[in-house]
Ligand binder design. Structure first.
Ligand code: MRU
Length: 360
Protein backbone atom coordinates (compact mmCIF):
# COMPACT_ATOMS: atom_id res chain seq x y z
CA UNK A 1 0.00 0.00 0.00
CA UNK A 2 1.07 3.61 -0.57
CA UNK A 3 2.80 5.41 2.30
CA UNK A 4 0.11 7.36 4.18
CA UNK A 5 2.76 9.86 5.35
CA UNK A 6 3.21 11.03 1.74
CA UNK A 7 -0.44 12.10 1.44
CA UNK A 8 -1.78 15.51 2.38
CA UNK A 9 -4.54 15.29 4.99
CA UNK A 10 -6.23 18.47 3.71
CA UNK A 11 -5.50 20.42 0.52
CA UNK A 12 -7.08 22.94 -1.82
CA UNK A 13 -7.53 22.27 -5.53
CA UNK A 14 -8.26 25.86 -6.49
CA UNK A 15 -8.36 25.19 -10.22
CA UNK A 16 -11.24 22.76 -9.75
CA UNK A 17 -12.72 24.61 -6.75
CA UNK A 18 -12.48 21.54 -4.53
CA UNK A 19 -11.39 20.67 -1.01
CA UNK A 20 -9.27 17.52 -1.21
CA UNK A 21 -9.07 15.25 1.82
CA UNK A 22 -8.11 11.70 2.68
CA UNK A 23 -11.33 9.88 3.60
CA UNK A 24 -10.31 8.86 7.14
CA UNK A 25 -13.36 6.63 7.58
CA UNK A 26 -11.80 4.26 5.02
CA UNK A 27 -8.43 3.99 6.77
CA UNK A 28 -6.43 1.86 7.17
CA UNK A 29 -8.00 -0.44 4.55
CA UNK A 30 -8.01 2.01 1.69
CA UNK A 31 -6.40 5.37 0.97
CA UNK A 32 -9.18 7.19 -0.84
CA UNK A 33 -9.04 10.88 -1.72
CA UNK A 34 -12.27 12.89 -1.76
CA UNK A 35 -12.74 16.00 -3.92
CA UNK A 36 -15.47 17.99 -2.19
CA UNK A 37 -17.13 20.83 -4.05
CA UNK A 38 -20.43 21.71 -2.39
CA UNK A 39 -20.87 23.18 1.07
CA UNK A 40 -23.00 20.17 2.02
CA UNK A 41 -20.23 17.77 1.00
CA UNK A 42 -17.71 19.75 3.08
CA UNK A 43 -19.94 20.02 6.16
CA UNK A 44 -20.86 16.33 5.94
CA UNK A 45 -17.18 15.37 5.66
CA UNK A 46 -16.47 17.20 8.93
CA UNK A 47 -19.52 15.75 10.72
CA UNK A 48 -18.84 12.19 9.48
CA UNK A 49 -15.15 12.43 10.50
CA UNK A 50 -13.90 11.93 6.96
CA UNK A 51 -11.68 14.84 7.97
CA UNK A 52 -11.16 15.08 11.74
CA UNK A 53 -8.80 16.23 14.44
CA UNK A 54 -9.03 19.83 15.67
CA UNK A 55 -6.31 21.47 13.50
CA UNK A 56 -7.35 19.57 10.33
CA UNK A 57 -10.97 20.60 10.87
CA UNK A 58 -9.80 24.23 11.11
CA UNK A 59 -7.81 24.01 7.89
CA UNK A 60 -10.72 22.28 6.10
CA UNK A 61 -13.13 24.97 7.33
CA UNK A 62 -10.79 27.71 6.05
CA UNK A 63 -10.70 26.13 2.61
CA UNK A 64 -14.43 25.40 2.76
CA UNK A 65 -15.43 28.98 3.48
CA UNK A 66 -13.03 30.23 0.80
CA UNK A 67 -14.76 27.98 -1.75
CA UNK A 68 -18.16 29.25 -0.59
CA UNK A 69 -16.99 32.86 -0.96
CA UNK A 70 -15.44 32.17 -4.35
CA UNK A 71 -18.79 30.89 -5.62
CA UNK A 72 -20.71 34.01 -4.49
CA UNK A 73 -21.86 35.72 -7.66
CA UNK A 74 -22.17 39.38 -6.66
CA UNK A 75 -20.23 42.64 -6.86
CA UNK A 76 -22.03 44.11 -3.85
CA UNK A 77 -20.15 44.03 -0.52
CA UNK A 78 -23.23 43.67 1.73
CA UNK A 79 -24.62 40.80 -0.35
CA UNK A 80 -21.18 39.17 -0.30
CA UNK A 81 -20.91 39.55 3.49
CA UNK A 82 -24.38 38.07 4.01
CA UNK A 83 -23.59 35.10 1.75
CA UNK A 84 -20.28 34.62 3.57
CA UNK A 85 -21.97 34.63 6.97
CA UNK A 86 -24.62 32.13 5.91
CA UNK A 87 -21.90 29.73 4.74
CA UNK A 88 -19.91 30.38 7.92
CA UNK A 89 -22.81 29.45 10.20
CA UNK A 90 -23.50 26.34 8.14
CA UNK A 91 -19.93 25.04 8.35
CA UNK A 92 -19.61 26.05 12.01
CA UNK A 93 -22.60 23.84 12.89
CA UNK A 94 -20.78 20.66 11.76
CA UNK A 95 -19.17 19.93 15.15
CA UNK A 96 -19.31 21.95 18.41
CA UNK A 97 -16.26 21.02 20.47
CA UNK A 98 -13.00 21.68 18.61
CA UNK A 99 -12.46 25.43 18.79
CA UNK A 100 -10.30 25.39 15.65
CA UNK A 101 -13.45 25.24 13.51
CA UNK A 102 -14.84 28.59 14.69
CA UNK A 103 -11.32 29.97 15.11
CA UNK A 104 -10.55 29.45 11.39
CA UNK A 105 -13.97 30.70 10.26
CA UNK A 106 -13.68 33.84 12.42
CA UNK A 107 -10.21 34.49 11.08
CA UNK A 108 -11.54 34.26 7.52
CA UNK A 109 -14.49 36.54 8.36
CA UNK A 110 -12.09 39.13 9.78
CA UNK A 111 -10.47 39.39 6.33
CA UNK A 112 -13.86 40.30 4.84
CA UNK A 113 -14.56 42.83 7.62
CA UNK A 114 -11.10 44.43 7.48
CA UNK A 115 -11.28 44.95 3.72
CA UNK A 116 -14.76 46.34 3.18
CA UNK A 117 -13.37 48.85 0.65
CA UNK A 118 -11.84 46.17 -1.57
CA UNK A 119 -13.46 44.84 -4.71
CA UNK A 120 -15.09 41.41 -4.48
CA UNK A 121 -12.35 39.99 -6.71
CA UNK A 122 -9.71 41.36 -4.32
CA UNK A 123 -11.61 39.97 -1.33
CA UNK A 124 -11.65 36.52 -2.90
CA UNK A 125 -7.90 36.73 -3.46
CA UNK A 126 -7.31 37.83 0.15
CA UNK A 127 -9.46 34.95 1.41
CA UNK A 128 -7.47 32.54 -0.72
CA UNK A 129 -4.22 33.81 0.77
CA UNK A 130 -5.63 33.62 4.30
CA UNK A 131 -6.76 29.99 4.07
CA UNK A 132 -3.40 28.98 2.61
CA UNK A 133 -1.73 30.89 5.48
CA UNK A 134 -3.81 28.94 8.02
CA UNK A 135 -2.51 25.71 6.55
CA UNK A 136 1.12 26.85 6.31
CA UNK A 137 1.01 28.05 9.92
CA UNK A 138 -0.47 24.72 10.99
CA UNK A 139 2.54 22.88 9.56
CA UNK A 140 4.96 25.28 11.28
CA UNK A 141 3.09 25.08 14.61
CA UNK A 142 3.07 21.28 14.56
CA UNK A 143 6.78 21.19 13.85
CA UNK A 144 7.50 23.54 16.74
CA UNK A 145 5.25 21.50 19.06
CA UNK A 146 7.14 18.41 17.95
CA UNK A 147 10.50 19.98 18.81
CA UNK A 148 9.32 20.98 22.30
CA UNK A 149 7.79 17.56 22.87
CA UNK A 150 10.92 15.80 21.69
CA UNK A 151 12.97 17.72 24.25
CA UNK A 152 11.05 15.85 26.98
CA UNK A 153 11.73 12.28 25.82
CA UNK A 154 14.70 10.14 24.88
CA UNK A 155 15.46 7.46 22.34
CA UNK A 156 13.72 4.18 23.19
CA UNK A 157 11.09 5.70 25.50
CA UNK A 158 7.59 4.26 25.75
CA UNK A 159 4.83 6.76 24.90
CA UNK A 160 1.13 6.12 25.35
CA UNK A 161 -1.33 8.09 23.23
CA UNK A 162 -5.10 8.24 22.95
CA UNK A 163 -7.15 8.90 19.80
CA UNK A 164 -5.23 10.29 16.83
CA UNK A 165 -3.44 13.59 17.21
CA UNK A 166 -0.99 12.76 14.45
CA UNK A 167 -0.41 13.90 10.90
CA UNK A 168 -3.89 12.67 9.98
CA UNK A 169 -5.36 15.19 12.42
CA UNK A 170 -3.32 18.15 11.15
CA UNK A 171 -1.66 19.42 7.97
CA UNK A 172 1.60 17.70 8.84
CA UNK A 173 3.39 15.95 11.73
CA UNK A 174 0.46 16.15 14.17
CA UNK A 175 0.58 17.45 17.71
CA UNK A 176 0.82 14.54 20.19
CA UNK A 177 2.60 12.42 17.58
CA UNK A 178 4.78 15.21 16.17
CA UNK A 179 7.65 14.49 18.61
CA UNK A 180 7.65 10.89 17.43
CA UNK A 181 7.70 11.81 13.72
CA UNK A 182 10.45 14.40 14.31
CA UNK A 183 12.39 11.88 16.37
CA UNK A 184 12.17 9.45 13.45
CA UNK A 185 13.63 12.13 11.15
CA UNK A 186 16.61 12.26 13.55
CA UNK A 187 17.00 8.47 13.53
CA UNK A 188 15.41 7.86 16.95
CA UNK A 189 12.81 5.25 17.79
CA UNK A 190 10.17 4.95 20.45
CA UNK A 191 7.72 2.32 21.68
CA UNK A 192 4.29 3.80 21.07
CA UNK A 193 1.16 2.37 22.69
CA UNK A 194 -1.98 3.51 20.90
CA UNK A 195 -5.24 3.15 22.81
CA UNK A 196 -7.71 1.81 20.25
CA UNK A 197 -10.08 4.65 21.29
CA UNK A 198 -13.64 3.40 21.36
CA UNK A 199 -16.05 3.94 19.74
CA UNK A 200 -14.57 5.27 16.49
CA UNK A 201 -11.17 3.61 16.81
CA UNK A 202 -9.01 6.58 15.85
CA UNK A 203 -6.14 4.99 17.79
CA UNK A 204 -6.31 1.56 16.20
CA UNK A 205 -7.19 2.69 12.69
CA UNK A 206 -5.27 5.96 12.40
CA UNK A 207 -2.52 6.40 15.02
CA UNK A 208 -1.30 2.83 14.69
CA UNK A 209 -1.41 3.17 10.91
CA UNK A 210 0.64 6.36 10.73
CA UNK A 211 3.07 5.25 13.45
CA UNK A 212 3.73 1.92 11.70
CA UNK A 213 4.07 3.74 8.35
CA UNK A 214 6.84 5.85 9.93
CA UNK A 215 8.63 2.74 11.14
CA UNK A 216 7.72 3.21 14.82
CA UNK A 217 7.57 0.25 17.21
CA UNK A 218 3.77 0.37 17.61
CA UNK A 219 1.47 -1.61 19.91
CA UNK A 220 -2.31 -1.27 19.81
CA UNK A 221 -4.09 -1.79 23.12
CA UNK A 222 -7.78 -1.74 24.03
CA UNK A 223 -8.61 1.33 26.09
CA UNK A 224 -9.05 -0.78 29.23
CA UNK A 225 -5.49 -2.14 28.97
CA UNK A 226 -3.75 1.19 29.59
CA UNK A 227 -3.56 0.60 33.35
CA UNK A 228 -1.84 -2.75 32.92
CA UNK A 229 0.62 -1.34 30.36
CA UNK A 230 1.49 1.47 32.77
CA UNK A 231 1.78 -0.94 35.70
CA UNK A 232 4.22 -3.03 33.62
CA UNK A 233 6.48 0.03 33.54
CA UNK A 234 6.34 0.34 29.77
CA UNK A 235 5.21 3.97 29.60
CA UNK A 236 7.59 6.90 30.21
CA UNK A 237 5.13 9.62 29.20
CA UNK A 238 1.59 10.11 27.91
CA UNK A 239 1.16 12.45 24.93
CA UNK A 240 -2.36 13.43 23.90
CA UNK A 241 -3.91 16.12 21.70
CA UNK A 242 -6.70 18.53 22.55
CA UNK A 243 -9.84 19.99 21.00
CA UNK A 244 -10.25 22.98 23.29
CA UNK A 245 -8.19 24.13 26.27
CA UNK A 246 -9.70 26.58 28.76
CA UNK A 247 -7.81 29.52 30.31
CA UNK A 248 -7.28 27.49 33.53
CA UNK A 249 -5.65 24.59 31.61
CA UNK A 250 -8.63 22.19 31.64
CA UNK A 251 -8.17 20.26 28.40
CA UNK A 252 -10.93 18.73 26.33
CA UNK A 253 -9.94 15.81 24.12
CA UNK A 254 -11.31 12.52 22.83
CA UNK A 255 -13.54 10.63 25.26
CA UNK A 256 -11.37 8.49 27.52
CA UNK A 257 -8.51 10.96 27.78
CA UNK A 258 -9.38 12.00 31.34
CA UNK A 259 -9.29 8.35 32.44
CA UNK A 260 -5.79 8.02 31.00
CA UNK A 261 -4.74 11.15 32.92
CA UNK A 262 -6.08 9.69 36.17
CA UNK A 263 -4.17 6.45 35.57
CA UNK A 264 -0.99 8.35 34.71
CA UNK A 265 -1.23 10.28 37.99
CA UNK A 266 -1.67 7.03 39.93
CA UNK A 267 1.41 5.46 38.32
CA UNK A 268 3.49 8.67 38.51
CA UNK A 269 3.80 9.03 34.73
CA UNK A 270 3.99 12.55 33.22
CA UNK A 271 0.86 13.44 31.25
CA UNK A 272 1.31 16.06 28.51
CA UNK A 273 -1.31 17.78 26.36
CA UNK A 274 0.04 18.94 22.99
CA UNK A 275 -1.77 21.50 20.87
CA UNK A 276 -1.38 24.75 18.93
CA UNK A 277 -2.45 28.05 20.47
CA UNK A 278 -5.38 27.97 18.01
CA UNK A 279 -6.83 25.21 20.24
CA UNK A 280 -6.57 27.31 23.40
CA UNK A 281 -9.77 29.23 24.09
CA UNK A 282 -8.85 32.02 26.52
CA UNK A 283 -12.46 33.25 26.41
CA UNK A 284 -13.58 30.38 28.66
CA UNK A 285 -12.44 30.11 32.26
CA UNK A 286 -12.76 26.35 32.74
CA UNK A 287 -13.66 23.10 31.01
CA UNK A 288 -17.21 23.35 32.40
CA UNK A 289 -17.98 25.84 29.63
CA UNK A 290 -17.06 23.45 26.81
CA UNK A 291 -19.92 21.98 24.77
CA UNK A 292 -19.36 18.24 24.45
CA UNK A 293 -20.53 16.75 21.18
CA UNK A 294 -22.95 13.83 21.52
CA UNK A 295 -22.72 11.29 18.70
CA UNK A 296 -25.29 8.76 17.39
CA UNK A 297 -25.93 5.50 19.26
CA UNK A 298 -25.09 3.20 16.35
CA UNK A 299 -21.40 4.17 16.69
CA UNK A 300 -21.42 2.24 19.97
CA UNK A 301 -23.86 -0.57 19.27
CA UNK A 302 -23.16 -1.54 15.65
CA UNK A 303 -20.33 0.25 13.91
CA UNK A 304 -17.24 -1.93 13.37
CA UNK A 305 -19.08 -5.09 14.51
CA UNK A 306 -20.11 -7.78 12.00
CA UNK A 307 -23.49 -7.71 13.71
CA UNK A 308 -25.16 -5.55 16.34
CA UNK A 309 -23.64 -6.12 19.80
CA UNK A 310 -26.11 -4.36 22.12
CA UNK A 311 -29.76 -5.24 22.58
CA UNK A 312 -32.22 -3.32 20.39
CA UNK A 313 -33.72 -0.36 22.19
CA UNK A 314 -31.06 -0.09 24.92
CA UNK A 315 -30.07 3.44 25.93
CA UNK A 316 -26.65 4.64 24.72
CA UNK A 317 -24.52 7.49 26.07
CA UNK A 318 -21.99 8.50 23.44
CA UNK A 319 -20.10 11.71 24.25
CA UNK A 320 -17.27 12.32 21.78
CA UNK A 321 -15.00 14.15 24.24
CA UNK A 322 -14.21 14.62 27.91
CA UNK A 323 -12.35 17.25 29.92
CA UNK A 324 -9.17 16.45 31.78
CA UNK A 325 -8.83 18.53 34.93
CA UNK A 326 -5.83 20.89 34.75
CA UNK A 327 -4.52 19.43 38.02
CA UNK A 328 -3.76 16.15 36.24
CA UNK A 329 -1.75 17.76 33.43
CA UNK A 330 2.05 17.90 33.76
CA UNK A 331 2.48 20.39 30.92
CA UNK A 332 0.71 21.88 27.89
CA UNK A 333 3.01 21.90 24.87
CA UNK A 334 2.31 24.63 22.32
CA UNK A 335 4.27 26.09 19.40
CA UNK A 336 5.19 28.98 21.71
CA UNK A 337 6.71 26.76 24.38
CA UNK A 338 5.64 24.51 27.25
CA UNK A 339 3.15 25.85 29.76
CA UNK A 340 3.42 24.48 33.32
CA UNK A 341 1.07 24.99 36.28
CA UNK A 342 -0.38 27.35 37.28
CA UNK A 343 -1.91 27.44 33.80
CA UNK A 344 -3.98 30.56 34.39
CA UNK A 345 -0.62 32.38 34.43
CA UNK A 346 1.49 30.33 32.02
CA UNK A 347 -1.12 30.23 29.23
CA UNK A 348 -1.59 33.98 29.51
CA UNK A 349 2.19 34.41 29.20
CA UNK A 350 2.21 32.22 26.09
CA UNK A 351 -0.36 34.46 24.39
CA UNK A 352 1.51 37.61 25.44
CA UNK A 353 4.66 36.17 23.86
CA UNK A 354 2.75 35.29 20.70
CA UNK A 355 1.21 38.76 20.43
CA UNK A 356 4.58 40.43 20.95
CA UNK A 357 6.04 38.37 18.09
CA UNK A 358 3.13 39.25 15.82
CA UNK A 359 3.57 42.97 16.41
CA UNK A 360 7.35 43.03 16.00
O1 MRU B 1 -13.47 13.12 16.98
P1 MRU B 1 -12.10 13.41 16.48
O2 MRU B 1 -11.44 12.25 15.82
O3 MRU B 1 -12.06 14.66 15.63
O4 MRU B 1 -11.28 13.73 17.81
C1 MRU B 1 -9.93 14.10 17.67
C2 MRU B 1 -9.22 14.31 18.96
O5 MRU B 1 -9.78 14.22 20.03
C3 MRU B 1 -7.79 14.76 18.85
O6 MRU B 1 -7.03 14.27 19.91
C4 MRU B 1 -7.73 16.29 18.85
O7 MRU B 1 -8.60 16.81 17.90
C5 MRU B 1 -6.36 16.80 18.59
S1 MRU B 1 -5.82 16.51 16.94
C6 MRU B 1 -4.27 17.16 16.78
Amino acid sequence: MDDIMAFETVALDDENSALVIIDQTKLPGEIKMLHLKTQKEIRDAIYLLQVRGAPAIGVAAGYGIYLAAKALDTEDYQTFLEGFRTAKEYLNSARPTAVNLSWALNRMEQVVLDNADSSIAQLKKLLHDQCEAIKAEDVAMCRAIGEYGLSLIKDGDGILTHCNAGQLATSRYGTALAPIHLGREKGMNFRVYTDETRPLLQGARLSAFEMAADGVDTTVICDNMASQVMKNGWVNAVFVGCDRVAANGDACNKIGTSGVAILARYYGIPFYVLGPTSTIDMSIQSGDEIVIEQRPAHEVTEMWYARRMAPEGVKVYNPAFDVTDHELITGIITEEGIAYPPYSESLKAIFERKNEKMHK
